[in-house]
Write a protein that binds this ligand. Sequence first.
Ligand code: 13P
Length: 339
Amino acid sequence: MSDRLNEIALALVTPGKGILAADESTGTIKKRFDTINSDSTIDSRRDYRHMLFSTPAMKDFISGVILFDETLRQSAPDGTPLVDIIKNQGAIAGIKVDTGAHPMTGHPGELVTDGLDGLSDRLKEYHGLGARFAKWRAVITIGKDLPSKDCISANADALARYARRCQENGLVPIVEPEVLMDGDHTIDRCFDVTEVTLNALYKALAEHQVALEGTILKPNMVISGSNCATQAEIEEVAEKTLQCLKRTVPAAVPGIVFLSGGQSDLDATAHLSVMNQTSGLPWALSYSYGRALQAAPLKVWAGNNANIEAAQRAFAHRARMNGLAALGQWRPELEQEAA
Ligand code: 13P
């Protein structure tokens, strides 16, 4: 593995910075735009993302941005490629390369992620377009008798094959095995499923000879199911998430960046900050949030470019709060401060 991959991975977890996940597929971004009654068009998607990437606070709190294929090829109205805007903010451009989670044959209620066909060629092209890291998301569902061993191992194997191809093509793979928070399961059930999933992932990465120094893990936090009657407190989430990660994630991994997964903006920030108050962890712990960074600015923007500055302030505020959380320095009273 080249030292370059390790350098990129370390840059993605620069202290006090994290990743903006802005890689919603066309279908997902439409769902987000529906919540603000705005049409999702190629131009409105470009305007919205251009608004995020040109926010001045990106420089201080965002190490990398995960893009969808369409965005990697788009330019601002003045002709500047969006990738260059990201680079000028001191951030690294990344690209989502899976083609989505699809129903798994013979496993009702379970999903397996596709996208290995032609992947090496796409990675070469993405590298040429300026991407230096990639993302692949696997989805593990908790339910009665779910997840199955087959689902966990099929997804781990695909993640490892993807990671290997990324490294061969000079991109750092973000490996994302997301155990969904949907359901009424307890935090302990989430712990057990996350532990089994991460063990399977690191076994597969070893089998495929992926150099862990040139990877980043993007996991869920260990958390109560969203419909569980008893919701675990912030300290319990932080403690159980760290315990699960210490059991499963080798110290050679430079960084772990959490997904927000449907947590409230404040929970996602608070959980990360409490975890980062523990010293002596083997890996950096930061964020790769989609919704927890974008929900506030999306609402303020509301599809109207007259709201760009206000939306940028909303984004800057969440980015700063999460930047502080990545240092273990966030406090609830800071939420009252204007960005
Ligand atoms: P959320 O933070 O909204 O879960 O999105 C992160 C992501 O990239 C999911 O793949």
